[in-house]
Structures are given as C-alpha cells and as structure tokens.
Design a protein around this ligand. Structure first.
Ligand code: PRX
Length: 649
C-alpha cells in the first residue's frame, strides 16, 4: 500500500550554498563509495585531517570485526580541534558558554588553546598522567569540561566521561572498569537558579572502591562548601595559573583510543565503548559539514550533556574540528521559563539547533506559541536525536520553531557509531516527518533479515551497517569477546557477520528509512539508554524481591518510561516497596532509572521451560490486548491476574 506522508522539499535558497546541494549529488557520492569504498574515504581523510605522518593503508579488515582505519597514520586530535585553527581563527569564538543564571563567556580559539595547554601541563606534570592512562570526568556543563577532554587528547590520555546524573555506585563501577588514575570533577554547578553538587558523589564512589584513583582534581564552580580529602583532592582554580602556556602534544596513532564511553546493552553491566582517534575525528568533522552544513559565521548549539555521545561528538569534537563556534549551556531550556531556549537562539543568533525529541515535546507542551515571541530568523538547520520523534512534535518543530523554512535533520546514530549514520542532508533531502531518511554518503546502512536478505518495503527488519566505517566502535574496553558477541552475532551478509544496531527499521517504497526503536532489551527514557537487565539486577538487591521483570511503557513526553513487575518472596509484605525500589534504583544507577510504575504481581508469565514471556509483559504495560498464544505458559491464569494488577497501577 502506498503511504501518504507529506514530503517537504529543501529550502532552495539554503540549498544553493549547502555542502551537498541535491539528491543527484548525494547519489553520486554514495555510488562512488559503493564502487571504491577505500578511495572514497581516502579522499576525505587526506583533505580533512592534519596528518603528522601519513597512513599506509585506508582500511585493514584482516582481523574483522576488529577493523583498523588509516593504518599507521599519526595525528593529534587536540591539534585537529584547536592548534591548526590558530593561524586563521585565533580570535573567533570557539566556545560560547552560557551559564544557568545567564552569565555569558566567549572563549576564542586562542584562549581555548591557552586553557587546554595549561590543563594538559597540569595533568602531565602534577599528576603524572601519560599516554594511555584513563581519566574519568564527572563534570557539569562548564568550559573546564571541554578543556579537560581536549587536554586528555593532547597528552594521549583516554577520557571516560560519566554523566553527572549517575549515582556514586555507577560512577565507582565505571572508574573500576577503566582503572582510572585521575578523576576530574567540580564542586557542583547551577541548575534552575540553584546550586547542585557533584563532589560528594565522587567522595562516595571513592569510599566504596576505585582504588586505582591517585588524585581528584576539583574545579570550583559554585563555591559551595565541600568535603576535602587532604593529599588526594586538588584545587584546579589554584593550580591552573601556575602552569606553562605551552604543552607539546603527543603524536598519536590513528587507532590509539581517544575515549571510552559507557553505555547500556541488553545484557550485563554497561560496556566501555572504545573510540579511535583518526576515524572518529574525521567523521565528527565531516558530519558537521554535511548534516549541519556548518559555515564559518554560524553559531551552533547542541543542547546535549557532555556525558553522552551527542555531547562528545556534537558539542566538542565535531564543532571544534570544523572550526565552528559551539554553544555550551549549563542550564535547562525550560528555566526560568519556556522561552529560555528561544531567547538564547535570538541573543546569540544561533544558526543550528540540535536537541532531543523529549525536549521538543516539553517545550511544545509548555509554550506552543513561545517561539513566535522571539526572533528566530538566524536558524537554518534544526536537528533531533536520541529517540524516535513523533509526527506532532516534528510538525511543531518544523512549522513553529523553524517557520517552515528550516530543514529538520532527524539524525539516527548511537554511542557505538561515533557520529551520524542515517540523516537527511539539509540542502538535498526532501524530508518526511519523523523519518531519518537515507544513510549518509559512505555509510552502508541496510534493513535486513538475520541472514542478510533485504526487507521488502513496509516490512520491519534489523537495522545493520554492512560495511565498517571510520568512526565505529573499536572494541569494548577490556572485553573484546563481548564486543564481537554484542554487535556481530545477530546478522550476516554474504556469509560475513555485520554490525547490528539493536534497532528495528522499515524502508518505504522511496527507500526512506524510518527507525521503529530497539528490538532488544534496551529502554530509551528521554533519550537515555538503559538495559532492562541492569535495572533488574539493581531491583534484585532488595531482599524481599523474589523475581523481577522490567519493560518499557510508551510515555507522552519521555518517549518511554520504566515499568517494573515484581514478585515478592513468600511471607514478605512490604507496603513501602515502591519507594524502596525507586530509592534503590536511584542509588545503584541514578535518578534517570526511576520507575513510573512498579506493580507487585503473584507470579510472572513463564513457559514450561521457565523462560519469562516478556512480550506478554510488554503488551500488558502498554495496555494492549494480549494476542500472543498463552496456552504454552506454565500457568496461563497468571496473565489475568497480572492484567488486573497492572490496571490498578
Ligand atoms: O534506539 C536508537 C535511539 O537511540 C539509540 C542509541 O542511544 P545512544 O547510544 O545513547 O545514543 C543516543 C544519541 C546518538 C539508538 O539505538 N536513537 C538515536 N537516534 C535516533 C534514535 N531513534 C530514533 N530516531 C533517531 N533519530
């Protein structure tokens, strides 16, 4: 059946100066990549990267799926993002910082260079951080977080940023897995006009474990009182002024790890996704140019937090590699009112605005007409990322925020992909609402069956990337077998394992790809990715819980919410179980893992072999009719009982 989604053509005026101006141009590039894959990538690597020594092979597939790109090439990512811009952009704003309370700071490329060099010297000289050491950042959204990232890149240390919403326990786990030598944090920062604290979480994490940590570097941001461990804790603000203004950068190999970023999978503990230097920075820069169409005079704002991959690639590395002005915002877009984001667009003349569907839904709900009160004429490209966007939110974003003038780039990608994979090109792609459209040039994304058969139009299949790409995950830190099993175990093409994303997708008759969401046991709450196994493991720490199953339930604003079924141990009555479990989730994982629904049930639906039928639990949580065959269950009467309990919840 032919579907009738409206199609929005690119703005012709915009297209004239766009990096990719038409679908003809898009297909030309994509066909070039198909015909000569390595040649395609070589051209961009040669043009975009400031090589310190040339590579001798574009792609080494000899040890697949442990791919190597730009073999034996030498570079430094901090040079790529900072030093090389000093010749012509020294006085250009690199980071435009706006604090929660409205304080604004313009940090030029020259200033950024000075601050990064000083921080790099501090890490190297005072703390003895050397190439390959791991440094954990537990930081608010302040410029010092950017300096720390770039300082690590400069001296070859591998940073691992832990989102500030994670608990002490989660932070400790990540510190231990990475065996970090140093933790960089801040006393805290400001949110909604008030100070909030981070340092205590670091203290708690280190009192529980993390023995590899030799020192904690503390940036003073809100100057609230904090606990101080003499000998271990060091005051950044006091030490930084004493550092030399020049710190020679380390010469790094293309494949040297740039950072680790922990993310949730469908099983077990979060995994440390390891990214490379050359391939990662190349694609970060190229996608800034293609997807955001970044130009020299643009002011670009991505509202993510640096604790997530979007913050890594599209607040720091991508924009700075492209020599852009990137906005860094400490606060939330709804404070002091629903016009904050739009006021910032007006004040700073922002040209690209990149956010998550949850934020769009909140801003829409809080202020339908709010954007019309501000001058948003500077906007050119609007972006969305992290979860499927629904057509009503898309329409509001397009018509009211973008004044039906700006392209919406619905960018599909993941922590593991390093950068955008499937996205409209703002000057070329006719867009369909809530649709990621086409793979970017050079990216071989396909919707297939596990055996590699392409899906027919309209059928949902596995979203796979069937050729390696430069910015792909290299391994899971310390666990290469898990890397292979997690990503290359579910689908093959031409007899070779291919990267499976964990997402389902559907292609329409015009070849447009729409993401349907995770097909594994991963939940996406407000764009925050969590594994059901991880949440279940936390809930099981409650002594009264015999069994637990966690599923997602659709949510108007958050996209999905957490729905937990628990069976209490015999003889246990726990009136306060809901608060208990949420307190547990908050301490084991963080507030982002709090459940909207916790339902106590007499048992879980299981097959005779003891397998929990999660599909039934998902349907019940969604309030859907049960269409699955329940006759194979060990006790089919349990389903009715669960339904009635879930209705009460
Ligand atoms: O399910 C997809 C969803 O977010 C997942 C990746 O999460 P994470 O690694 O935390 O990275 C988020 C930011 C890149 C994907 O497997 N997702 C991401 N972008 C989209 C999306 N779902 C639908 N549409 C998107 N544009």
């Amino acid at each position: 059946m032919k579907e009738h989604r409206p199609v929005y053509q690119p703005n012709p005026e915009f297209a004239q100066n766009a990096a990719i101006k038409s679908m003809d141009e898009y297909w030309e590039l994509q066909n070039k990549a198909k015909e000569d894959y390595e040649g395609f990538w070589k051209e961009y690597a040669d043009e975009k990267i400031d090589w310190l020594a040339p590579y001798d092979q574009v792609l080494d597939e000899s040890n697949a799926p442990f791919y190597k790109w730009f073999v034996n090439g030498k570079l430094n990512v901090c040079n790529q993002c900072v030093d090389r811009h000093l010749a012509d952009k020294a006085e250009k704003t690199a980071i435009l910082f706006e604090g929660d309370r409205g304080d604004v700071e313009h940090i030029t490329y020259a200033e950024l260079s000075l601050r990064v060099n000083r921080m790099a010297n501090l890490l190297r000289e005072k703390f003895g951080v050397v190439k390959g050491d791991r440094v954990v950042l537990y930081m608010p959204m302040i410029p010092e977080a950017a300096y720390a990232m770039l300082a690590c890149a400069r001296i070859g240390a591998i940073h691992s940023i832990v989102f500030g919403g994670f608990s002490a326990e989660a932070l400790k786990d990540r510190i231990e897995d990475a065996e970090a030598k140093l933790v960089i944090t801040a006393d805290g920062a400001y949110r909604k006009g008030k100070p909030y604290m981070l340092k205590q979480v670091v203290d708690d994490a280190l009192s529980q474990g993390g023995k590899s940590v030799e020192a904690v570097l503390v940036v003073k941001r809100n100057n609230e009182e904090i606990n101080w461990v003499e000998g271990r804790d060091h005051n950044y603000n006091e030490l930084i002024g004493e550092q030399h203004a020049e710190c020679p950068y380390e010469v790094m190999d293309s494949e040297d790890p740039l950072f680790l970023l922990y993310t949730s999978g469908s099983t077990g503990k979060p995994k440390g996704v390891q990214h490379s230097s050359a391939g990662y920075i190349l694609w970060a820069q190229m996608t800034m140019e293609w997807v955001f169409d970044i130009k020299d005079k643009d002011v670009y704002w991505c509202t993510a937090d640096i604790g997530w991959i979007t913050g890594h690639t599209y607040i720091i590395y991508g924009p700075l590699a492209a020599g852009a002005t990137t906005v860094m915002f400490e606060g939330v877009p709804t404070y002091p009112d629903a016009g904050r984001a739009w006021k910032m667009v007006q004040d700073h003349k922002i040209s690209q605005f990149y956010t998550a569907p949850t934020a769009i839904r909140v801003l829409h709900k809080m202020g339908e007409d709010e954007p019309t009160k501000y001058d948003l004429s500077s906007l050119k490209v609007l972006g969305t990322v992290g979860e499927p966007i629904d057509p009503p939110a898309w329409k509001w974003y397009y018509e009211v925020v973008g004044n039906s003038r700006c392209a919406i780039v619905d960018t599909w990608w993941q922590t593991e992909t390093g950068g955008h994979m499937i996205s409209p090109l703002p000057g070329a792609t006719p867009i369909k609402p809530a649709c990621a459209t086409f793979p970017l040039p050079g990216i071989m994304a396909e919707v297939i069956d596990p055996d590699g058969t392409p899906k027919e139009a309209g059928e949902t299949g596995l979203l796979c990337i069937t050729k390696p790409w430069p910015s792909m995950i290299r391994t899971i830190w310390g666990d290469p077998a898990r890397y292979e099993k997690s990503y290359f175990g579910d689908a093959v093409k031409d007899g070779k394992p291919v990267y499976f994303s964990g997402d389902g997708a559907v292609i329409d008759e015009d070849g447009y790809i729409t993401i349907t969401g995770r097909v594994d046991d991963v939940i996406n709450v407000s764009g925050h990715r969590m594994g059901t196994a991880e949440i279940e493991a936390a809930v099981k720490k409650d002594d009264s819980v015999a069994e637990v199953a966690v599923v997602a339930r659709p949510h108007d604003i958050k996209g999905e919410s957490i729905f937990i079924y628990i069976v209490l141990k015999e003889g246990h009555i726990n009136k306060d179980i809901k608060n208990h479990i949420n307190a547990l989730l908050s301490s084991e994982i963080g507030n982002i893992a709090k459940a909207d629904h916790i339902v106590e049930v007499p048992g879980l639906p299981k097959t005779r072999s003891g397998k929990i039928m999660r599909r039934i639990l998902r349907s019940i949580a969604k309030g859907e009719e049960i269409t699955q065959d329940i006759s194979t269950l060990e006790d089919s009467s349990i389903v009715e009982q669960i339904i009635s309990k879930a209705r009460e919840a």
